[in-house]
Write a protein that binds this ligand. Structure first.
Ligand code: AHR
Length: 323
């Protein structure tokens, strides 16, 4: 009798192990996570948050760094499918080109959660939930701050305000949306002109390089730098100083993320404003993963709550910053 019971129990276990999404014990959830890379201070904080939250929640994390390449993310997702993880989560480097691999995940009945960045796919059933910031709103916030900034209002009263823009990675959701939100606010401001706009790929090195080119082409004509992230702004600050100009004074700078590096630059008077984009998505992601595995209904979209930090608030806020 004992041996019959044992055989039945073993058969059930083998059967469960063959079903994707089936979880044998409370703490055996396996999450496959494909990260964009390590391009910025924001990304490092995001990775840390995900790893720490997985450990805290007892979730087994299979983490893969794509080094900013879509093909690496596709490979990682395929490997998660082959390993029959319970849930796949990823932060897509670019918006398009995901249909084939997401169809494979769907066919394997592995739920997919998007974190931080969105995808653009016709079949919206290819992903279950999207957790992250509203990037269009971040772009709007940057522009609204700029339009309301007293020294810029004085400049606009006399003539045109010339803006150069450092865009994020070409084709990525934050680059597309932050541009869109910024331009949406400026379309009603005829004095504000974007005279140059180029990608700096969200990195300090590229931000510096592209700003050098902007300065070479436009020189002192540049009044404002709008950078899609703080790292590019920090790289550009170096270029501005090397050109003999004062960042934060000769060139007004607004960027996005609100990482510690931006607060240090603001305290030094070299950056004028940073719009927050919260990278600490780990705890919310792990809660989502648990709910998905438990078969609960999860929200389709979870938007992160964020603020705007002008230079005047930097010294006061700095001690409270977690990333
Ligand atoms: O997707 C979020 C963006 O990606 C952050 O603003 C940027 O710093 C990162 O590289």
């Amino acid at each position: 009798m004992k041996s019959v019971t044992f055989k039945v129990a073993s058969a059930v276990l083998v059967f469960l192990a063959l079903i994707p999404g089936a979880v044998l014990a409370k703490d055996s959830i396996v999450l496959g996570f494909s990260q964009v890379g390590a391009e910025s201070e924001w990304r490092t904080a995001n990775t840390q948050s995900i790893k720490e939250a997985a450990t805290q929640e007892g979730i087994t994390l299979k983490f893969s760094d794509a080094q900013q390449k879509q093909e690496n993310q596709i490979k990682a997702i395929r490997s998660f499918i082959a390993q029959r993880v319970n849930v796949i989560a990823f932060s897509p480097v670019v918006e398009t080109g995901w249909e084939p691999v997401l169809r494979e995940a769907k066919a394997a009945r592995i739920p997919v959660i998007l974190t931080d960045r969105a995808v653009s796919v016709k079949d919206e059933s290819l992903w279950l939930s999207f957790l992250g910031s509203d990037f269009v709103e971040e772009g709007r916030r940057a522009a609204k701050w700029l339009v309301g900034y007293a020294p810029i209002q004085e400049l606009a009263a006399k003539g045109e305000v010339n803006i150069v823009e450092l865009q994020g990675t070409v084709g990525s959701a934050p680059a597309i949306d932050r541009k869109k939100g910024f331009e949406e606010v400026l379309k009603d401001q005829p004095k504000f002109k974007i005279i140059r706009s180029q990608t700096g790929d969200f990195t300090r090195a590229k931000g510096k390089e592209v700003m050098e080119a902007f300065l070479k082409a436009e020189g002192k004509k540049i009044n404002v730098l709008y950078a899609h992230n703080d790292d590019m702004a920090i790289g550009a600050i170096q270029a501005i100083e090397e050109a003999g100009l004062k960042p934060g004074k000769d060139v007004i700078i607004v960027s996005i993320d609100a990482v510690k590096g931006a607060f240090e630059a603001m305290i030094a008077g070299k950056l004028n404003c940073t719009v927050e984009c919260n990278p600490q998505l780990g705890p919310q992601l792990m809660r989502l993963v648990k709910d998905v595995v438990a078969g609960k209904q999860v929200p389709r979209r979870i938007v992160t709550q964020e603020s705007v930090f002008p230079q005047e608030s930097a010294a006061r806020e700095f001690p409270n910053r977690k990333y």
